[in-house]
Design a protein around this ligand. Structure first.
Ligand SMILES: CC(C)=CCC/C(C)=C/CC/C(C)=C/CC/C(C)=C/[C@@H]1[C@@H](COP(=O)(O)OP(=O)(O)O)[C@]1(C)CC/C=C(\C)CC/C=C(\C)CCC=C(C)C
Ligand SMILES: [Mn+2]
Length: 421
């Protein structure tokens, strides 16, 4: 798929096209809570990188889901609604895995850069913007990507930037202006970029990425669906509902990333099982994120905790809003932390199967995010008033550990089979 970039004169760029004047142009978040770890981004002058390009470019059979293959999920399916959610997610996992296999059969590898020098330089600029955004907003992750091959690392940056922009729609400073129809327009724009018609430079980088790697559009659409869910829902009846939300906003990231990161050629694991681990890492991260942010979310009137489990633990909504750490709360938190750790454990199985250069950033992200759970425990489960925070020293310590783990290769196959992407 060739992508042609044309400079356009319209000033519309970034989110501003969603609805004239109703969305932000800056990417920084304003955090008001006193213990919030995020500070307003450093000097957002003309030199600071932005998710909004300064220059404007416009452009011209799935197998039935079988949860038996996915032990952590089959044990979670508690009712018919949950079964529907799990099947829906696994249909996407299998579809993505099938796409990867199809591409392998057709012998396609990473396609070479587009032949036209002008397009090349515009694309380079587009990827450079993505790199800048990653470097500024996710430093550790950015450093990890530097170990990857140049094609893979810039593709991951492009995916990262798209995810960040999507999250900012509902989580950024202008989130209150975002309507379902703005999300519909964002989705239309996604379809366009998958069809080789990116709207701006950052989209152009992703457009190029999806033309080179076997990335399916469904996880991207599902992430937007997660944002829709966030607009209309602030309570989760049970874990099945919460699981679906976590898949939408974070499990999808795993499914988007693995086709780019690649599976080690010597891996014996099935493609589906690696995707299952990738999905589990997204879910684990999101569950951890939720547990860390209980107090902050409650102050926004949101409770991302299974209501039935709260009731079983003898806790009411008022208890969450009151924010008092009691014995009941500690017990409830212990079970939630245990479940998040199960997902991390499920994710661990797949990391070793990834291509060598991709393992380090994934191990680093897994170890760092999982430590937030330890910090919640260290705070005696006070996630109402304290933000669980992993110190710089602990973060630094995790990096060599991640590196050590990344050196462990999958046990090689007895006889060589086709390479996996
Ligand atoms: C190496 C690596 C981690 C690659 C992933 C790169 C990537 C494309 C990240 C995008 C992340 C993103 C911006 C998602 C948007 C939705 C969102 C914000 C989700 C939350 C992330 C944490 O962000 P933060 O702490 O900043 O949260 P706040 O918005 O401030 O509240 C999430 C909790 C989830 C992100 C999910 C992942 C990073 C999943 C990664 C999974 C893989 C890379 C698969 C690895 C493969 C195997 C086989 C295990
Ligand atoms: Mn968020």
């Amino acid at each position: 798929m060739a992508i042609t970039l044309h400079r356009v004169t319209s000033p519309a760029v970034g989110f501003s096209e969603l609805r004239d004047g109703d969305v932000h142009r800056t990417f920084g978040r304003i955090f008001t809570s006193k213990y919030d770890r995020k500070i307003p981004r450093r000097k957002r002058g003309s030199n600071s990188c932005s998710l909004h390009a300064d220059s404007k470019y416009a452009c011209v059979g799935i197998e039935p889901a079988n949860t038996a293959n996915f032990p952590i999920l089959s044990s979670l399916v508690a009712n018919p609604a949950g079964e529907v959610a799990v099947k829906k997610v696994y249909d996407v996992v299998l579809k993505q895995a099938a796409l990867v296999k199809r591409q392998l059969r057709s012998n396609a590898d990473v396609k070479p850069d587009l032949a036209f020098p002008r397009t090349d330089s515009l694309l380079k600029e587009a990827y450079d913007r993505c790199r800048e955004v990653c470097e500024e907003y996710a430093k550790t992750f950015y450093l990890g990507t530097l170990l990857m091959t140049p094609e893979r690392r810039r593709a991951i940056w492009a995916i990262y930037v798209w995810c960040r922009r999507t999250d900012e729609l509902v989580d950024g400073p202008n989130a209150s202006h975002i309507t379902p129809s703005a999300l519909d327009r964002w989705e239309k724009r996604l379809e366009d970029l998958f069809a080789g018609r990116p709207y701006d430079m950052l989209d152009a980088a992703l457009s190029d990425t999806v033309s080179k790697f076997p990335v399916d559009i469904q996880p991207f659409k599902d992430m937007i669906e997660g944002m829709r869910m966030d607009l209309k829902k602030s309570r989760y009846e049970n874990f099945d509902e919460l699981y679906l939300y976590c898949y939408y906003v974070a499990g999808t990231v795993g499914l988007m990333s693995v086709p780019v990161m690649g599976i080690a050629p010597e891996s014996k694991a099935t493609t589906e099982s690696v995707y299952n681990s990738a999905l589990a890492l997204g879910i684990a991260n999101q569950l951890t994120n939720i547990l860390r942010d209980v107090g902050e979310d409650a102050r926004r009137g949101r409770i991302y905790l299974p209501q039935d489990e709260l009731a079983q633990a003898g806790l009411s909504e008022e208890d969450i809003f009151r924010g008092k750490v009691t014995g009941k709360w500690r017990n409830f938190m212990k079970s939630q932390i245990k479940r998040a750790r199960m997902f991390f454990q499920e994710a661990e199985k797949g990391v070793t199967e990834l291509s060598q250069a991709s393992r380090w950033p994934v191990w680093a992200s897994l170890l760092l995010y999982r430590q937030i759970l330890d910090e919640i425990e260290a705070n005696d489960y006070d996630n109402f008033a304290k933000r669980a925070y992993v110190s710089k020293a602990k973060k630094l310590l995790a990096l060599p550990v991640a590196y050590g783990r990344s050196l462990i290769s999958p046990t090689p196959r007895k006889q060589s089979r086709h390479a996996k992407v």
